[in-house]
Design a protein around this ligand. Structure first.
Ligand code: DGY
Length: 339
């Protein structure tokens, strides 16, 4: 006699437009409920989507907190982020519930490092200002004193944080003949690309400071007025990490006063931004991009595929390939992480 049909595990996906084959591959084994609208779901809408699911695929900008985990209920075993950053996840609550949370390290470092280098060149050489003037019909004559920037080659680059993306930036900077130094609070080691320096020394001696630290309670606002005051007035600040690490009001003040030469941001405290008169978008010495660090078709597809690999592994009883650092790879007994 045939047994009762078994229900396929359900996986909720927080977007409808994800690149690559990842979601299609999941659909072969699981029932997919994808958010159907072009605008991302609100936290309440995502909570309604995930109820009763075993797996959830989300982006770094979605919130994975106690309310969402409550709404998912006890069936939920894995949340896979298609992002490397996980500042929107309440890691301790997920661990308490025995839910595996995964992210996408390894696959986006080079793509994001390319954008960090682009921002360094754009901000320091003031390239967007030249382009804007040209588009306004204001380039009437070649002048020796027009559109002047500062050299990138031979400059000293200071990396705040020294993970995969910072290493990839250091490799590129070597090709520009930059001297590279870095600060990491715990790993006080030099390597063949860069030497470790104390935080204050990095700020005082670097011509370009590039932020590559995750957003945590420790790093929130770590570049504020006091730190900007230590930097050279000829320095450039670049952030491809997370917006909250840099105090944006303090940055605008430093740029307006001429205490800092320039800055380039791929990330902002509040994202997205749609007000064209927003001071962050109009400040002439600031180059701003809409969080495009990992935005190539190939890398974004690979991120979604790695997220799908994680869901597939966990729901088929295997350890997740890329759990969040320091967390469990298989759903298990609830654990209490130190808070
Ligand atoms: C990341 O992977 O953290 C990027 O910021 C995209 O979310």
């Amino acid at each position: 006699m045939a047994g009762a049909p078994t229900r396929r595990p359900r996986v909720a996906v927080s977007r409808t437009d994800l690149p690559g084959d990842g979601v299609g591959r999941l659909a072969a084994s699981f029932d997919i409920t994808a958010w159907p609208h072009p605008q991302p779901p609100s936290p309440a809408e995502l909570a309604a989507l995930v109820g009763g699911c075993e797996g959830l695929l989300v982006l770094g900008s979605d919130w994975v907190d106690a309310a969402l985990l409550d709404a998912a209920g006890p069936t939920l075993r894995v949340v896979a982020l298609a992002s490397m950053g996980y500042d929107g996840v309440d890691v301790a609550v997920a661990a308490e519930r025995g839910v595996v949370v995964t992210h996408t390290p390894d696959v986006l470092a080079d793509t994001t490092a390319d954008v960090a280098i682009a921002l360094i060149l754009m901000a320091r050489r003031r390239l967007p200002a030249g382009m804007d003037a040209l588009r306004r019909g204001e380039w009437g004559a070649f002048r020796m004193d027009a559109f002047l920037g500062l050299d990138v080659h031979d400059a000293t680059l200071g990396l705040i944080g020294y993970g995969q993306i910072a290493h990839a930036v250091a490799r590129r900077a070597a090709g520009f003949g930059m001297r590279v130094q870095h600060h990491h609070p715990r790993r006080r080691e030099d390597d063949e690309l860069s030497r470790w320096v104390p935080f204050g020394e990095l700020l005082r001696t670097s011509d370009v400071v590039s932020v590559h630290t995750p957003l945590t309670e420790e790093t929130r606002g770590m570049i504020g007025a006091e730190q900007l005051a230590l930097m050279k007035p000829t320095a450039t600040l670049v952030n491809t990490g997370r917006g909250g690490v840099v105090d944006e009001e303090a940055l605008l003040t430093a740029l307006r006063r001429g205490d800092l030469h320039s800055a380039g941001l791929d990330v902002m405290t509040a994202e997205p931004r749609t007000d064209p008169s927003d001071p962050l978008l109009t400040e002439p010495h600031l180059v701003v991009l809409p969080h495009v660090g990992s935005a190539t078709a190939a890398t974004r597809a690979t991120m979604v595929e790695l997220a799908a690999d994680n869901i597939e592994a966990v729901l088929q009883g295997h350890p997740a390939p890329t759990p969040l650092p320091g967390t469990m790879a298989s759903p298990g007994l609830p654990v209490r992480l130190g808070r």
